[in-house]
Design a protein around this ligand. Sequence first.
Ligand code: FAD
Length: 477
Amino acid sequence: MYTDLPEYLNNPLKNLLKNKGNNLKPMKKNEISILGSGLIGSLLSIYLKKRGLKVDIYEKRADNRKGKYLEEGRSINMALSDRGWKALDDLGLTEKVKPLTIPMYGRQIHDEHGKTSFIPYGKEGQAIYSISRGRFNQLLMEEAEEVGVDIHFEHKIVDVNLRDHTLTVSNPEVEKETIASEVIIGSDGAYSALRNAMLKQVRFDYKQEYISHGYKELTIPATSEGEFALDPNALHIWPRGSFMLIALPNPDKSFTCTLFLPFEGKRVCFENIRDDRDLEGVFKTYFDDAYQIMPQLKKEYFDNPTSALINIECFPWMEHKALLIGDASHAMVPFYGQGMNCGFEDCYILDKLISKFGTNAWELVFAKFQKVRKPDTDAICQLAMDNFEEMKNVVSDPKFQIRKKIEARLHELYPLDWIPLYTMVTFSDIPYSEAYAQGKLQASIMDKVMADPLITQNWNKLDYEDIIDQLDKVKAV
Ligand SMILES: Cc1cc2nc3c(=O)[nH]c(=O)nc-3n(C[C@H](O)[C@H](O)[C@H](O)COP(=O)(O)OP(=O)(O)OC[C@H]3O[C@@H](n4cnc5c(N)ncnc54)[C@H](O)[C@@H]3O)c2cc1C
């Protein structure tokens, strides 16, 4: 007997007949099984199918194209940026996705008195793109089916056996079915069934952290004239220190707002908003300009779920021919708008490794993938945590805006030497870990520049060449 082969290959007859719930039916055997038809699973299935592989996806939800898309408390729209576009472009999907998006060229900051200021995200013309999660997911599933992927809706993975490479699937017709699969890919999100199976393996590292804050979705509808109530080409932020509200535009001229608050505490938090009066008090005090254009606030606030935010890091991501990808391997808090973009980049990189090593070397491909990708996903998870502080706190500080202007000027004058961290993460495909390291060096120089008490008056007269020299010196150390 070959000990490194899955059990079903060593004892095929016995195992092919071992299907639970239907003892005599031969066990189905897949080439590639993907768990979850979310954004990452759907995109990855297109990549794999285009390589001529037979791909089956198991999705626990019903087919959302047949009814109203149920968001289950997940964000309704999200920001798509360069890393995401790169994978879409690679698959020839850009022109199909673009009409679903609205460009946002910068942050529109709303202060407590309703005054606004605009901070561009990058150079002129650079934008991140608001897109509906539900509509985007539908499009990717349609594309997957069009190239021949089989999506099995209402098929929940209840167990994964890593020893004999089988999935236990429950679906409305057969209570439980066991399916063998040569390759298993877990793109089943932050609460992954494949990761649960890996957790039982020796030397599997796993860390999860819920942050103190949760979020709730709210809406700013279109005006009575059917127009956007705010500038649609910006991501709106109401930063208030320990909490914040943000809003992203939708094609129907509404905005989806996300309110981020601590779950509990002495000041403004979810626990302390118990009735309409509490809610009105918070919104009139801190978000009055938004409050005036949120007629459904009270109903939505108390009807919509309050969701938690989690950061997950684990390793290894593979066990033989089974691999974790997307949120299943690295769920991050949403403050850099990179979770999906990073997952799409995962798919792009995995595909290039398959191209290099072929479809008969899965273990090698997966080993290379996790080695190259893990430092980068660790870096973006950390950056996402750090950006939470920036978004709820410092973006409203006038010095932050000066800092951004200085960095933009440095980038304009020395485009290869100084690239603002946000630009590296959002508008480039520089590995996240390199962006993180370079960002730290730049921040150390900027902290010194900003320490000048007269910087708000003098920033225009800075010796920019000297700043670049300082950066070169710290890089050389
Ligand atoms: C509030 C918020 C805002 C965000 N904003 C952005 C943003 O602006 N930009 C960005 O890039 N990212 C953003 N993200 C992150 C982004 O949502 C995730 O990174 C992305 O959805 C991950 O996709 P995924 O396919 O890996 O997982 P998921 O989207 O979670 O999909 C997993 C799929 O697997 C299915 N599934 C789960 N368990 C099983 C099972 N046992 N059997 C079968 N099927 C199963 C689920 O039903 C689902 O369809 C945001 C996240 C949050 C919470």
